[in-house]
Design a protein around this ligand. Structure first.
Ligand code: NAD
Length: 329
């Protein structure tokens, strides 16, 4: 039986990835600081531990894995990575995890490792236009990410590529573009735009107000979790290392996203624009390279994934209300 390791298995993408690998027949070990928040892990083995500690990484990689997925990182949405308040933690914690995990894998001959980079590595200067035509992989240089989160990701991409060059690692690097779906952060300050918007719409009365950060004309694309996992596992199993975008190329403004969520909810809402951390003005994924290399590209309409996500978040809002803990905005 093939063995897979998922680092960050208590997080959003990692917990879904564990379920997928189990369906595919893998024996799976998960590891994280915490268990998944919204459902029981399906991992065969789960090590609770801090991957900033080398001793923990060595305990986790005590056998040779066929596939290692390194998703653990100190991260969150714009409210977490663009305020500047968490910069030192974000850089230190995530870099330390990547340094340790590569070394632990090297010592145990686990060569095939997937690293989750981010669209946040792309230079700010290429994302000033809300009609962004799409970021292609070679737009990454000359570098100029707009957050320390992006700089750490870029450093770690290079670290993984250096381990491939010097130590024979079989690395795979994906640049995820805004992944969303059920069982993701939705009310703890680490939520991203789709979850935050769904929560605000779910909490609003029909005809009520929904707060949107900035003028709402900033654009993004959002990829549903199932397609993220499809791209991730496809990349892992073919012979090319990346980095490659794993993102949707259906760009939408944040105002458009709020309108879509309201229409899914069957509500009319009034958008109230308030100051908030915004990130770049326009971002989209150019999917030419992934189509070429994997003969596949994400294709699911945003609305389909948003409908599934809205249904889950509306349920969470209702549960929180019943418990008297709903955060409405
Ligand atoms: P997440 O925050 O839900 O998951 C990350 C997990 O890493 C968390 O469960 C956290 O507890 C764990 N972690 C953090 N520090 C740790 C430590 N010291 N030791 C052990 N575990 C630790 O995030 P996610 O959305 O699932 O993202 C997974 C990966 O994909 C991350 O590397 C993230 O940067 C990257 N990514 C995600 C997105 C997205 O839209 N979700 C976009 C681009 C890149």
């Amino acid at each position: 039986m093939k063995k897979a390791l998922v680092c960050g298995a208590g997080g959003f993408i990692g917990s879904h990835l564990v379920k997928r690998l189990k369906r595919e027949g893998f024996w799976v070990r998960g590891t994280d600081l915490k268990y998944p928040r919204f459902s029981e892990t399906e991992a065969d083995d789960f090590i609770l531990g801090d991957l900033r500690e080398m001793s923990v990484c060595r305990e986790v990689v005590d056998t040779r894995f066929d596939e290692v997925y390194q998703l653990a990182a100190d991260m969150g949405g714009a409210g977490y990575i663009f305020t500047g308040e968490n910069d030192a933690d974000v850089m230190h914690n995530s870099a330390q995890i990547n340094l340790n995990m590569l070394e632990a894998c090297r010592r145990r001959n686990s060569w095939r490792i997937f690293y989750s980079s981010s669209a946040c590595i792309y230079p700010e200067s290429r994302q000033m236009d809300p009609n962004n035509p799409g970021l292609a992989e070679n737009d990454a240089y000359p570098a100029g990410p707009d957050s320390e989160y992006g700089w750490e990701k870029l450093f770690s991409e290079r670290l993984y590529m250096a381990y491939a060059r010097n130590h024979g690692f079989d690395v795979r690097i994906a640049r995820y573009h805004n992944i969303f779906g059920p069982e993701g952060a939705w009310n703890d300050g680490k939520e991203k735009a789709p979850a935050a918007i769904c929560r605000k719409v779910a909490a609003a009365d029909n005809g009520g107000e929904v707060e949107v950060w900035g003028d709402g004309n900033q654009t993004r694309s959002f990829l549903y979790i199932d397609e993220c996992l499809e791209g991730t596992t496809r990349l892992m199993r073919q012979g090319w290392q990346g980095p490659v975008n794993i993102g949707s190329d259906e760009m939408v403004s944040i105002n458009g996203l709020a309108d879509m969520a309201a229409s899914i909810a069957g509500k009319t809402v009034v958008k109230r624009h308030i100051p908030g951390p915004l990130g770049v003005r326009g971002r989209n994924s150019d999917n030419t390279l992934i189509s070429e290399k994997l003969d596949w590209r994400p294709s699911q309409p945003l609305r389909d994934g948003l409908a599934k996500t809205y249904a889950w978040i509306a349920q969470q809002v209702q549960i929180a209300r019943q418990r008297g803990t709903a955060k409405a905005a």
